[in-house]
Design a protein around this ligand. Structure first.
Ligand code: PAF
Length: 269
């Protein structure tokens, strides 16, 4: 990767992925392409961001299909390392993003954002991109990465691409293929619940807890949806809001059986 990087002339963008690519990833590649002369993509299911009872082993790995999709999208370099290359024997250094990584997703997935911050830091050090592209679907990840990039003085611009949705509103996710058919049929309720927040906001609701309740009310009508959290937070700090003039980041995590899905919308005036 280091020698491939040394051969690249002009601006370089990085699209970090864990593979199982879909149209959402392809939109990241397009944004990367629009911002640079060379696109590097990484393909690595990062073990340190999965908890012991999470779906690391089950995470889909359609390697040949992923490489073909990157090729078709015109990616210049794909970095697909082995775990032993990213975490050689004796590896012990971790990047701790602090409080921002301990709330919301971090409260339900302890250590998750340290794993993300560590692998993204390793990728930034190795690839030395001018810009790195992430998806807004992982809203807290974007905030954590922006914070780590600033705090560790990586000097990398962070570009964010909007969430891509199925026609029924379900946000594209590599985990969607793991849903049982009946759960896939019910999962669009996630976006319907976020739409309820958007409707409440449009009608003038400005209380964070009431906005979260609008989301919960929709999801409570879906028997197989097990809500982990619903948050109405300041989009910069991720602190929960009370009475607010906005903007508000409404985010949630919901389990359908063993599959955990996240989504969010931002409410603005
Ligand atoms: O969003 C993801 O797919 C992962 O968290 C990332 C950024 C590639 C780090 O492993």
């Amino acid at each position: 990767m280091r020698s491939a990087r040394a051969a690249l002339k002009g601006r370089v963008s990085l699209v970090p992925t864990m593979g199982a690519l879909h149209a959402g990833h392809m939109s990241l590649v397009r944004l990367a392409r629009a911002q640079s002369d060379n696109v590097v993509a990484s393909l690595f299911v990062n073990p340190t961001q999965f908890g012991p009872n999470e779906d690391f082993a089950l995470y889909p790995r359609p390697r040949g299909r992923d490489l073909q999709m990157f090729r078709d999208a015109g990616v210049d370099v794909v970095y697909a390392p082995l775990a032993s290359e990213v975490y050689p024997p004796g590896d012990s250094t971790r990047v701790d993003p602090g409080e921002m990584g301990a709330i919301l997703e971090g409260a339900h997935r302890p250590g998750h954002f340290a794993g993300v911050a560590t692998v993204v830091t390793k990728l930034f050090v190795l690839v030395r991109p001018d810009v790195a592209v992430f998806g807004e679907k992982d809203a807290q990840q974007v905030r954590v990465i922006k914070r780590v990039t600033r705090d560790l003085m990586h000097g990398v611009e962070i570009a964010v691409a909007p969430t891509v949705r199925e026609a029924d509103g379900l946000a594209l996710s590599s985990r969607n293929v793991l849903l049982k058919p009946e759960d896939r049929a019910a999962a669009p309720a996630i976006y319907q619940s976020l739409r309820a927040a958007m409707d409440a906001w449009q009608k003038g609701e400005r209380r964070g807890p009431a906005i979260s309740n609008a989301v919960r009310t929709v999801l409570s009508g879906v028997p197989q949806a097990e809500v982990e959290y619903v948050s109405a937070a300041d989009p910069e700090t991720l602190a929960e809001v009370g009475l607010t003039s906005g903007p508000v980041l409404v985010s949630l995590a919901v389990r359908f059986g063993s599959v955990r899905l996240i989504d969010n919308v931002t409410l603005t005036t």
